[in-house]
Design a protein around this ligand. Structure first.
Ligand SMILES: Cc1cc2nc3c(=O)[nH]c(=O)nc-3n(C[C@H](O)[C@H](O)[C@H](O)COP(=O)(O)OP(=O)(O)OC[C@H]3O[C@@H](n4cnc5c(N)ncnc54)[C@H](O)[C@@H]3O)c2cc1C
Ligand SMILES: NC(=O)c1ccc[n+]([C@@H]2O[C@H](COP(=O)([O-])OP(=O)(O)OC[C@H]3O[C@@H](n4cnc5c(N)ncnc54)[C@H](OP(=O)(O)O)[C@@H]3O)[C@@H](O)[C@H]2O)c1
Length: 493
């Protein structure tokens, strides 16, 4: 271990690097690190910073790796930009380390002058209706984790339903519905793991019904994602004219908001054109239906047999109220895509209603609502689980602004030596991964993809069944494999 002077970053004139820990290597964490290193204070040489970026996964990028749908390679391209940031060498990635299990708040306080929580959201928001615990009722976030090869979820997923309901009218509902209705062979070109391909290939699904509780002008999804539904091969879109109700607020939104106008026009054109091509699968979009109960049947006790909705009516403001009319749909599976929810972190206040860390512009607050010196937050755990990857840049800008404003009053780390944290992880037997390790795993996954590409060029399939296709990458899923491959290639720090 190198000898580091025990000086405070707050002491003017005594220049040691400000030690900053960021917990969470999703986009919010990476942007925060990037913005801090590029701040004028650092660039002018006025401030030195040394940043450690932790993640509970062996790999960086958060929901870009474990949330964004595999058939969205364009979005995954953002990874290229984030890779460049982490490849510069001035931000140290430390993976496979969980705050609250491997490290405590006391540890972080001891080794860092400032800690930024960027832990995002991974879980489903609750939907409190009867029958939600029946077999065949699934959280959308859990399904996303499965198809994106999350290291800690079961490899098995019961895709046995012919008719499926998806609740929610956000982009996650569309991702889930698209992944359920697309033919597996059309996803093989993506990075989906083999177990996901095999399960989707065997799926007997014929009808996927997406239900929004408000009208077509109140959807939360976006035009590109809506239009994408019509690009799926052998999947017809089915709409119901009686769902096309608009109130004053809807008319106003269509007039003033281009996004709403585009989506309502797209839907209206689909109705006018009649999308029935006799496809083997159908994706139904229903509006003004609020879920009331998921039920089983005497033939299948304990298992989803259907779902009941109440027909809703717009109230003039874009909100809805019930009409007292109910409709039942026979389905064998229900996917709840009603939003994500951030998780509570050890030793930090948590707003359970919003699923966020209470904060003021990114400064973490104590139970009395006062900022805690040296603790910050950014991204979805700061603001709630809404918004695109790009929006986390704005969060990070604000949070780093606060940190820089506070720089002279930060409680100094007791041990700012950057090797000390690694010593502690080793002492505790934590199999941390590094940036070199991630590069090794990244290269390994690309090589698995290359094997498919090569086999396709030679006229065969690379592994198991499946058509010969070129693939950029195939994900490694089990955590122990990710760690083993990463640690083989990494220099211990
Ligand atoms: C299913 C889905 C699909 C999406 N698709 C798109 C899309 O196509 N385009 C788009 O622009 N946006 C998309 N988004 C939104 C985008 O993913 C978010 O805006 C963004 O990921 C939020 O960034 P974040 O860094 O705050 O959180 P996250 O991306 O969730 O990153 C948080 C990180 O913190 C880590 N972490 C959590 N707890 C701990 C702990 N205790 N210790 C250590 N590490 C921890 C997690 O492992 C994770 O890596 C999608 C979101 C979802 C849910
Ligand atoms: N391709 C992409 O760009 C992409 C992909 C995935 C996610 N994302 C982003 O990630 C964020 C999260 O997406 P999300 O889909 O999880 O959340 P979201 O956009 O907030 O959508 C949640 C949906 O669930 C509905 N809902 C909530 N509670 C309900 C209930 N009790 N009963 C019935 N419906 C209910 C909401 O309806 P109300 O509107 O009536 O409340 C809304 O339609 C969004 O900003 C999204 O754009 C982007």
């Amino acid at each position: 271990m190198s000898e580091a002077p025990a000086i405070s970053a707050a002491q003017p004139g005594l220049q040691r690097a400000l030690r900053v820990a960021i917990i969470g290597a999703g986009p919010a964490g990476v942007y925060a690190a990037d913005i801090l290193t590029k701040s004028s204070e650092v660039k002018d040489g006025d401030l030195k910073v040394s940043i450690d970026l932790f993640d509970q996964y062996p790999a960086p990028y958060g929901l870009i790796r474990y949330g964004v749908a595999p058939d969205h390679p364009r979005i995954k391209g953002i990874v290229t930009a984030l890779h460049k940031v982490l490849d510069r060498g001035d931000i140290r990635f430390i993976g496979n380390v969980t705050y609250g299990r491997d490290l405590t708040l006391g540890d972080m306080r001891g080794f860092y002058d400032a800690v930024i929580f960027a832990t995002g959201a991974l879980k489903d928001a609750p939907l409190d209706i009867p029958g939600v615990d029946l077999e065949g009722s699934f959280g959308g976030a859990d399904f996303v984790s499965w198809y994106d090869g999350h290291p800690d979820v079961s490899r098995e997923w019961p895709l046995t339903a012919r008719e499926v309901a998806v609740i929610g009218n956000g982009n996650v509902a569309l991702d889930v519905a698209r992944m359920l209705s697309k033919h597996a062979d059309d996803l093989l070109v993506t990075e989906i793991p083999d177990n996901v391909y095999q399960a989707l290939k065997a799926s007997p699904v014929t009808d996927v019904h997406v239900f929004g509780r408000r009208g077509p002008a109140q959807v939360k999804f976006t035009p590109l994602e809506l239009r994408e539904l019509s690009h799926a091969r052998d999947v017809d879109i089915v709409l119901y004219p009686e769902d096309f109700e608009f109130d004053e607020a809807s008319d106003e939104a269509i007039k003033t908001n281009n996004q709403v106008k585009t989506m309502v026009n797209t839907l209206a054109n689909w109705i006018a054109e009649d999308q029935d091509t006799g496809a083997s699968r159908r994706l139904h979009l229903h509006f003004l239906q609020s879920p009331v109960e998921i039920y089983d049947s005497p033939e299948t006790p304990g298992k989803v047999a259907g779902i009941r909705f109440e027909r809703m009516e717009l109230d003039g403001t874009g909100n809805v109220h019930g009409t007292g009319e109910y409709e039942d749909y026979s389905v064998q599976a229900v996917y709840r895509a009603v939003g994500y929810r951030g998780s509570e972190l050890a030793e930090i206040q948590y707003d359970a209603r919003r699923g966020v860390i209470p904060n003021e512009g990114g400064r973490v607050l104590d139970e009395d609502g006062a900022p805690i010196a040296g603790l910050y937050t950014t991204g979805w755990i700061k603001r709630g689980p809404v918004g695109l990857i790009g929006h986390t840049k704005g969060d990070a800008l604000e949070t780093i602004g606060c940190l820089l404003e506070d720089r002279d009053t930060l409680p100094p780390a007791e041990n700012p030596d950057e090797h000390a944290i690694i010593g502690l992880l080793e002492e505790r037997g934590v199999e941390y991964t590094t940036w070199e390790g991630w590069n090794e795993l990244d290269a390994h996954e690309r090589a698995l993809g290359e094997a498919w590409t090569q086999a396709a060029a030679d006229g065969g399939a690379a592994a198991g069944s499946g058509a010969p296709v070129a693939r950029e990458r195939v994900k490694v899923v089990p955590r122990e494999d990710m760690v083993r491959i990463s640690r083989k290639g990494q220099n211990q720090q």
